[in-house]
Design a protein around this ligand. Structure first.
Ligand SMILES: [Zn+2]
Length: 649
């Protein structure tokens, strides 16, 4: 069993970061790249392998260790990031519980069953029963190389072939049932896949989680049959080819999503390797989340015939307006906390010429396919074009419907300039005035402006975390004698945590606190130890130049006050959001309650502003309060000092 330190020691930070940031270059003893967390041209993102830390000296002004990096880039909770790092480092963090052990055993058995089935299918393709399937595969352009790489196989036209094969190799009927390979029938278990071309599907980690199976005769239904939902396979959250496309997607900062297995294979054969398939008609939010582990730039490639289909448009609309976006509670100009989707994903659409699919086009004219990819259009443009084409402009009913369909997409756009552009377009399309559209959007934006229950919970949880800026401030005071003057000017109120406050009070009283450690209460003494022990990693108070000490103390203190002011606002905002959520669930207007909360929030806000003005003081230039976001992400209780200041750490 290992500790967090073992994980960090085992995991090479440069190698790990480079997996996500291929541009990382060695400069002297450290490594440099444009920051993956904010957009910039000049690299201000530094990795220091000797210290095992990374830091963004640009607008993130934050840093941490390898686990913090993975947490941030994978959008994970700390626990999950630690787990992921431990797994990569091959460190067992703790004894798994009996249930976890059992779950892991089941997974491993099912994976082995899938692998054994794939070998069986592969052998069948080149065996006597597979002649017809092999001919089909070759006619589709699957040469020997592609067949080997993608482990293409054939499920023979046989009711018990695979079942008996696997039972003879020690697998149980329960294994086959759970892996989705066998189906219980009146006369015993039989093969799910019969007379089909088999595409084994792997997850991002390369584990064989299931199969896609294509019919070989025209009377077979359905044309494509997937492994059902199993402990390993979740179709809506899987992407065919992700195990082979991920690296190239990170390198090229782009991922192309197509529909079918053959589309993926053909593109990879043609050297376009950042391609995966959604395995369905439209992409889901879960798939979008998976994609964002590799890149924010997603290109959806649609067959000409399907591009305008209602199901496809709805799917794209949902993904474009909800996923790939973080809900951020912002303090807006009205003094109210509002929720905005900050769009991070850049989703674009490529529509192929009629009658073409990626498979056919990449084989006949790969350059054309690449050119089409270059010219991919923003999702909103695609939706406008598709819906406009379908609309009867002379019919008010039809125009109204078109406007209603497009409104959520437009109201999901955060950038005011871009949004204004589409508002104008929507007004033209509906043949109405812009203010009519705006009225519609503000009505329609209500749902988008309300966070989900999960987001509310996360926000509420974020408040409960002690801001670790307190720790850093204490470290400065305790480890740097030259911080004393600046420290004396603070007041204990800066610290939210009562133990920290008492430690500060003790520090005020004596010059050398360590010498008086025995006089301290037990919990305060313990905190003193923690403060001293944790001054390592990206944040090293000993390394700060003397002239920066005072500004640093003041800056942290300012941020703590600011955070505190904000944290008082959040519970009210959470209550407000909860009220709206509940009202929406019950389908009533939460008028009275909501109004009360809004009044309370406005009052808190006024107080907050006073606090902020006081906190800002005159010394350090500060961003205006309205630009400070109370985010549900790493902002509150996150990575310590987060100012737009360059750093000398
Ligand atoms: Zn940055």
């Amino acid at each position: 069993m290992g500790t967090i330190e073992d994980v960090k020691a085992q995991l090479d930070i440069v190698e790990t970061v480079r997996g996500y940031v291929p541009a990382l270059k060695k400069v002297g003893r450290s490594w440099k790249a444009p920051c993956p967390f904010h957009s910039e041209r000049t690299p201000s993102f530094i990795v220091e392998p000797e210290r095992g830390t990374w830091h963004c000296f640009g607008s993130c002004s934050t840093g941490g260790d390898v686990i913090g990096f993975v947490q941030r880039i994978e959008h994970l909770e700390f626990r999950d990031a630690l787990q992921m790092c431990a797994q990569r480092a091959g460190v067992e963090l703790r004894q798994p519980s009996a249930r976890e052990r059992q779950e892991r055993e089941v997974h491993e058995r099912l994976l082995r069953a899938n692998e054994a089935a794939a070998v069986y299918f592969q052998a069948a393709l080149t065996g006597p029963a597979g002649a017809k399937a092999l001919a089909y595969a070759e006619q589709r352009g699957l040469d020997q190389g592609a067949r080997d790489i993608w482990q293409i196989g054939y499920a023979p036209d046989d009711w018990r072939g695979l079942v008996e094969h696997l039972l003879a190799r020690g697998f149980t009927e329960a294994d086959l049932r759970e892996a989705g390979l066998g189906i219980d029938g009146d006369r015993g278990m039989y093969d799910r896949f019969r007379d089909r071309l088999m595409y084994p599907t792997r997850d991002a980690r390369g584990r064989m989680i299931g199969f896609g199976a294509r019919a070989l005769s025209p009377d077979q239904e359905p044309k494509y049959l997937n492994t059902p939902q199993t402990p390993l396979f979740d179709k809506s959250g899987s992407l065919y080819g992700i195990d082979r496309a991920g690296e190239e997607a990170r390198r090229s900062d782009r991922m192309v999503v197509v529909e079918g297995y053959m589309d993926v294979i053909a593109c990879h054969q043609a050297g376009i390797r950042n391609v995966v398939a959604s395995m369905g008609t439209s992409i889901t939010e879960k798939q979008m989340t998976l994609l964002q582990r590799y890149t924010q730039k997603v290109r959806l490639m649609l067959d000409g015939d399907a591009a305008g289909s209602a199901a496809m448009l709805r799917g794209i609309g949902v993904v474009a307006s909800t996923s790939g976006q973080e809900t951020v509670a912002t303090h807006d100009w009205r003094g109210l906390i509002s929720y905005q989707y900050q769009s991070k994903a850049d989703i674009r659409v490529v529509v192929l010429p009629p009658g073409e699919d990626p498979d056919s086009l990449v084989r006949s004219d790969p350059e054309r396919l690449k050119a089409l990819l270059e010219g991919a259009k923003p999702v909103a443009d695609h939706l406008f074009a598709a819906i406009e084409a379908d609309m009867d402009a002379s019919n008010p009913q039809s125009r109204s419907q078109a406007v209603e369909t497009l409104a959520p997409t437009v109201s999901g756009i955060v950038d005011p300039v871009v949004r204004a552009h589409y508002v104008q377009r929507l007004a033209r399309l509906g043949q109405v005035e812009e203010r009519t559209v705006l009225a519609l959007l503000s009505r329609g934006s209500r749902p988008a402006a309300v966070p989900s229950q999960a987001e509310v919970t996360r926000m509420a949880k974020a408040v409960a975390v002690v801001p670790d800026g307190e720790m850093q401030l204490l470290q400065l005071l305790l480890l740097r004698d030259d911080a004393r003057d600046a420290g004396l000017e603070l007041d204990a109120d800066v610290f939210e945590d009562s133990t920290n406050r008492r430690l500060y009070d003790a520090w005020l009283e004596v010059d050398d606190l360590e010498a008086h450690a025995l006089d301290l209460d037990e919990d305060v003494a313990e905190r003193l130890g923690t403060v001293q022990a944790s001054a390592v990693g990206a944040w090293d108070p000993a390394a700060i130049e003397m002239k920066h000490i005072r500004p640093r103390v003041e800056e942290i203190a300012k941020r703590l006050r600011l955070r505190r002011a904000q944290s008082r606002l959040i519970p009210v905002a959470v209550a407000q959001a909860t009220a709206v959520l509940e009202a929406r669930r019950a389908d009533t207007t939460p008028a009275a309650e909501l109004e009360e909360l809004q009044t309370e929030l406005a009052a808190m806000d006024a107080q907050g502003r006073v606090l902020v003005r006081r906190a800002a003081g005159a010394r350090v230039e500060t961003t205006s309060y309205s630009e400070e976001t109370v985010s549900s992400g790493p902002g509150v209780g996150g990575n310590g000092v987060e100012g737009a200041h360059d750093s000398d750490i």
